[in-house]
Design a protein around this ligand. Structure first.
Ligand code: ASP
Length: 707
């Protein structure tokens, strides 16, 4: 292990060892040769072609934060169960519990509309670095550079809008502004739910298994894109027709084996592999411990209450997933980064960087690291406060955030009235409030508040400007809730039906509302601008830091994930997570039964699933008498890659990416080739669920299945 750490040190951010990196498909030439030597059988144009059809045309950004892939000529999409979760939950009720029982549309007419869900195609990616950085000189200050970048960006946006008025445009910075791409996109808004397995499959293992290998989760769901009669994007309309894609992925049920070429094509959200030690120190020693502690509390409450009641389980399912997902990832990240001595490696690399700066040709970079160190010493504690606010406001009790939605109504009541906008504003608020109360449980909220308030107010409190309430007693707390209009839907709607002085008075004096306003004001007027300004300066110096790194240590640099389309490649591979432990690269259905017999409720399965597995009713999907469920690979992935297609050397779908092992979550900051593995659900298990378990085999008719 020691040797590896030293190797990693020298080539900290370069490729060469294992398959670190998320590559831009339009600039694949830098690694294409290596991909071929690893087994890829497609040309670079097969993967990405701006003018013809290519694999790219079967991949979409799903719901803003996940990936999905097209698997039929009728716009059928596969993504993860956890990516479709909000929509499955939205359509679920005690009567139609699609979360628990699953959902399968028996015909296209039964497919469920999902308001607010969109998918985004990448039409083309153009390198616009020169145009973006035009006029920038080494002597310019951060503010001057920023102003010029804004100006150049505007010019480019105008040019692209003129050329492609109907298409979307994203101007994205890569490697801290050392490269810029213009990404032309096309968005479809009529996307419908076609099928979802029940939780016992789609969420098998629950939080116990989230971010864990060995894994047995059938984390997939099925949607369909609809278009107008010309195959163009259109708002939901019953008469819309299934979208005809330029390309759909063939599905290979021949299976994968250890050592096979494997790639993941999708929209990874965010990595930070170039961070300096000053940032890594802050994240691992300050930020993560606080965030984990805050979420520990919420999760403890949710776990207990959701287990005790089906109603609360449905109400809080999406919130629980949201809170628990990052919480467990940070915990894994802490372990991985500590064991891999990430901070030490970063520091050593910075020493090497500084040593290079003594050479005449690199002298201009000598001031970069000291500048970054000083900026981080200013921003870290502000960031801590900002993240504490985020944890409390968005992942803890909900009444602050909910009541703050009424701020515009309260603050601008007279203006809204004068403009004739009062009723429409109230109608919108009522709509939001109905959705809020559908998933709200007062006792749960009170318990979360009781646990988090002391952490926010005292344990982690470093802010002096906000009107702190200090620790509240139990009886005070009871009276806040009893008196609040925001936790009683009848009362709130009554007030909204008679908008006037009485309503305003009640809202303004509400504990949750008044504190939310004070806290949001402080965040928006003090914290955010300061953090924003310091971050801009950090970006300025990070651009120089990265530029210097590329010159001092030449190699193939991959740009951090930024929700743009990427390809990661590697092998189907197991790992050695800890001394004496070896993970095989695949799991089988036997493991579902083994976990079931442990009695943990996260591994509960129905008699139906149990019997199918016990009798080994594997249909056409077994190999060697086994039903493979999940597999791992050395593909560098991150959040946002959820739902991404896992492809073989021919570009055929062999799995759906959905997670990483716990030890791998460090790969957002530092990739460890021995340990970092992505987790995919085997496509044979997906088809087995659709075909044998759910009897929805009619869906298979429209897919292209090869062996
Ligand atoms: N589970 C992750 C997601 O939700 C995927 C990952 O981070 O590996 O996007």
């Amino acid at each position: 292990m020691k040797l590896r750490i030293i190797a990693a040190l020298v080539l900290l951010t370069q490729v060469g060892m294992a398959k670190e990196g998320m590559w831009i498909p339009s600039l694949l030439n830098v690694v294409y040769g290596d991909m071929q030597s690893q087994g890829l059988q497609l040309t670079a144009e097969d993967l990405y072609d701006a003018n013809g059809s290519s694999v790219k045309d079967a991949i979409v950004l799903f719901g803003g934060g996940c990936t999905a892939e097209i698997v039929s000529n009728d716009g059928l999409l596969f993504t993860n169960h956890h990516c479709g979760f909000d929509y499955i939950q939205f359509h679920s009720s005690l009567k139609n519990d699609y979360l628990r029982d699953g959902f399968w549309a028996k015909s296209r007419a039964e497919e469920l509309r999902c308001d607010g869900l969109s998918v985004v195609f990448v039409v083309r990616m153009d390198d616009v670095t020169e145009a973006m950085r035009m006029g920038i000189t080494a002597a310019m200050s951060p503010a001057e550079v920023d102003a010029l970048l804004q100006k150049n960006k505007k010019t480019l946006e105008e040019k692209y809008k003129k050329e492609n008025p109907a298409l979307g445009l994203q101007l994205k910075s890569f490697n801290y502004g050392n490269q810029y791409l213009a990404i032309i996109t096309k968005t479809y808004n009529d996307v419908r739910l076609v099928g979802a397995p029940p939780s016992e499959i789609g969420k098998f293992g629950g939080d116990t298994d989230n971010w864990v290998w060995p894994r047995h989760t059938g984390d997939f769901s099925v949607f369909r894109i609809y278009a107008d009669a010309n195959n163009e994007p259109a708002k939901y309309n019953a008469s819309n027709v299934p979208f005809k894609p330029l390309h759909h992925l063939p599905i290979n049920i021949g299976g994968v084996k250890e050592g096979d070429f494997s790639m993941v094509y999708g929209f990874p959200g965010r990595t930070e592999h170039l961070l300096t030690s000053y940032a890594v120190d802050f994240i691992t020693n300050k930020l993560n411990p606080m965030r984990i502690d805050m979420r520990d509390q919420t999760i403890a409450v949710l776990q207990e209450r959701m287990r005790a009641s089906d109603e609360i389980r449905i109400k809080y399912a999406a919130k629980q997933s949201d809170v628990a997902n990052a919480w467990k990832k940070w915990k894994g990240q802490q372990i991985g980064l500590t064991n891999f001595r990430a901070l030490e490696q970063k520091r050593k690399f910075e020493e090497q960087y500084l040593a290079q700066c003594t050479k005449t040709e690199f002298k201009t970079y000598a001031e970069v690291l000291p500048k970054l160190e000083s900026l981080y010493s200013q921003v870290n504690h502000l960031n801590f406060e900002a993240q504490l606010f985020v944890e409390y406001m968005y992942y803890g009790p909900e009444l602050f955030n909910f009541s703050y939605r009424f701020q515009e109504l309260v603050a601008n009541f007279d203006t809204l009235k004068a403009q004739g906008k009062l009723q429409s504003t109230i109608d919108e608020l009522k709509k939001g409030a109905r959705a809020f109360f559908k998933d709200f449980d007062l006792a749960t909220e009170m318990q979360i508040y009781a646990r988090l308030q002391p952490l926010y107010e005292t344990k982690y409190n470093t802010h002096d400007v906000i009107d702190n309430v200090g620790l509240v007693s139990d009886s005070d707390m009871l009276s806040y809730f009893n008196k609040s209009v925001f936790c009683d839907s009848t009362l709130l709607f009554k007030l909204l039906d008679k908008p006037g002085k009485g309503m305003l008075k009640k809202m303004k004096s509400d504990y949750f509302y008044s504190h939310a306003v004070a806290m949001f004001n402080d965040y928006n007027t003090r914290l955010r601008p300061q953090v924003g300004d310091l971050n801009k300066q950090i970006d300025f110096w990070m651009q120089k830091y990265t530029e210097g790194m590329m010159k001092m240590f030449p190699g193939n640099y991959w740009a951090d994930a930024n929700s743009t389309l990427r390809i990661s490649y590697g092998k189907v591979d197991g790992s050695f997570p800890r001394d004496g432990e070896h993970y095989t690269p695949h799991t089988t259905a036997d493991g579902i039964l083994q976990k079931y017999y442990t009695g943990n409720p996260d591994f509960e399965i129905s008699p139906k699933l149990k019997s199918l597995l016990e009798t080994r009713n594997y249909g056409n999907y077994s190999s060697g008498g086994e039903l493979n469920v999940c597999y791992t690979g050395s593909n560098h992935t991150t959040g946002g890659n959820s739902g991404s297609p896992a492809l073989n050397a021919k570009g055929e779908l062999t799995g759906i990416n959905f997670d990483r092992s716990w030890e791998s979550t460090m790969s957002d900051i530092m990739y460890n080739p021995e340990i970092c593995r992505n987790i995919m659900v085997d496509i044979r298990y997906v088809l087995w669920v659709i075909d044998v378990y759910a009897d929805a085999d009619y869906l298979l008719q429209e897919m292209t299945i090869v062996k």
